[in-house]
Structure formats: structure tokens, C-alpha cells
Design a protein around this ligand. Structure first.
Ligand SMILES: [Fe+2]
Ligand SMILES: [Fe+2]
Length: 261
């Protein structure tokens, strides 16, 4: 059984963002803010998928992991919804409406996937997303990117990324238990990553246009580590259970356990 703790935490988002930064720093800010915008749609979609999967999971230990995974994702998207209110509030009404239009498109996609796609597809999507974000979260943890005030939103990032690492095995284990096919994982997983990243680009471009800026693309050590981690997910021998936690992740998890209690 995975060691997953459900932490009910609500962060508050009061500090205004400072967009008066270099083009490269702006590029580093808009990516995470765009990611936040997707969460109230992506994470409920994962939860709906797992709810359907639960009916078919024969292993009670895996079923408990799935329940905890879904509860963690539930707390994640509720906090991101609060952060997103603040993000929209940083822009004028016209730009906030354009962000809302993208949100509607994304929600329509995910509702359609739940309604019309097979469980096999939705599980491969979930694993594609989880594998990609775990690769990013591990890189962020290794380089200390999610701590400090580099990204607007404060501690939501360290908490969310630490829990993504904590529950990294669940979507993979459910996929292996109910589907299993390696080529299908790569095929739909890669498509899901393209689909998801295309929305990250839309949100980020919308914010950049509203600011009248051209953000630089950050080429950093953390990006290279994330890419290396991501490439490993393509291996037929990939298993997130084999990943060793970078230094500091357990301390973060303990910190947020104490905060939730
Ligand atoms: Fe999450
Ligand atoms: Fe997750």
C-alpha cells in the first residue's frame, strides 16, 4: 500500500502578484499560473475516472489508495480555485473573461471524456498526466523550485507537488491493474500530455497578451531534470514505485501533515 496521507488544508491568497519582472522570470511565472487554471477541471476529471475504476478494482489495498488519491486531488483543486480567483483578479474584466472562456473549453473537454470515452482511455489519460507532473514535481523538489516566493501563490506549490510525489503510484497501479497495455499507455498518455499542455499554452498566452508582454522561455537546470525524468516514463520498465524521493520531500510532507492537524 502506498503511504498516502489526506491533508485538509486551505491556503489564503492575498499577496498581489508582481508581473514587473524580466521576460524570462515572467515565463517561469506564467507556466505555473496556467497550470493552476487547469486544476479545477483536470483534477475533478481524475476523481470521476477513479470513481468509475473503483467499481472494478478487486484489490482492497489499491482501492484504499484510490480513495486517498481522490481526496488529495479534491483538496488540491479547491485551493487552486481560490488561487485562480486571485489570478483572474490581476487582469482587467475582458482578460478575465477570456480566461473564463478557456476554462469553459477545458471543462467541456473533460466532461465529454467522462461521458463518451472508455475507462481504458480515461485511465491512460490519468496516468499520462500523473507521470508528467510527477516528473516535474521531482525535478522541482530536487532543485528547490517550489519553495520560497518565486512563484505567486506561496505554499500551495510545495504542498501540491509534494503530494503529487506522495501519490505518484496510484494512477499507474490502477492502469496496470485494469488495463495493462504498455503501447496504449504511451499512445494515449502522450496524447493526453499534448492535450493538457495545449491548454497550459492557451492560458499562458492569454495572460501574456493581457500584460502586453512576450515572456522568455526559461532554459534552466530544473527544466533539464524534468525532461530527463519525463523521458524515463516512456520505458516499458517504468514504475513510479521504484522512484526514490529527493531530499526534503518527506520533510515537506511532515510539515503539511502538522499544518493540517
Ligand atoms: Fe493534484
Ligand atoms: Fe495527482
Amino acid at each position: 500500500m502506498a503511504d498516502i496521507t489526506v491533508r485538509k488544508i486551505r491556503f489564503s491568497f492575498d499577496d498581489p502578484f508582481d508581473f514587473e519582472v524580466s521576460d524570462e522570470q515572467l515565463g517561469s511565472m506564467l507556466g505555473p499560473l496556467a497550470l493552476s487554471m487547469t486544476m479545477p477541471y483536470l483534477e475533478p476529471y481524475l476523481i470521476r475516472t477513479m470513481k468509475v475504476a473503483l467499481k472494478q478494482i478487486a484489490d482492497p489495498t489499491l482501492a484504499e489508495d484510490v480513495r486517498r488519491f481522490s481526496q488529495q486531488e479534491g483538496h488540491h483543486f479547491r485551493n487552486h480555485a481560490l488561487l485562480n480567483d486571485q489570478i483572474r483578479g490581476q487582469f482587467d474584466e475582458a482578460a478575465a473573461d477570456r480566461l473564463r472562456d478557456i476554462e469553459k473549453d477545458l471543462e467541456a473537454d473533460y466532461q465529454r471524456f467522462t461521458r463518451t470515452k472508455s475507462l481504458r482511455f480515461n485511465l491512460a489519460y490519468a496516468e499520462g498526466f500523473e507521470a508528467m507532473t510527477c516528473a516535474m514535481a521531482l525535478a522541482g523538489a530536487e532543485h528547490g523550485t517550489f519553495e520560497g516566493d518565486m512563484i505567486p501563490g506561496g505554499e500551495i506549490w510545495a504542498w501540491h507537488m509534494a503530494e503529487e510525489i506522495e501519490h505518484r503510484t496510484v494512477a499507474f497501479d490502477v492502469y496496470r491493474h485494469l488495463v495493462g497495455s504498455y503501447p496504449y499507455r504511451i499512445l494515449v498518455g502522450t496524447w493526453s500530455q499534448w492535450h493538457y499542455v495545449s491548454y497550459i499554452r492557451r492560458f499562458a498566452a492569454c495572460m501574456a497578451t493581457a500584460l502586453g508582454r512576450k515572456p522568455g522561455s526559461p532554459r534552466s537546470a530544473v527544466g533539464r531534470t524534468a525532461l530527463r525524468n519525463y523521458r524515463r516514463t516512456w520505458s516499458p520498465f517504468y514504475d513510479p514505485a521504484k522512484i526514490e524521493l529527493p531530499a526534503g520531500v518527506q520533510e515537506l510532507l511532515d510539515r503539511y501533515s502538522a499544518m493540517a492537524a
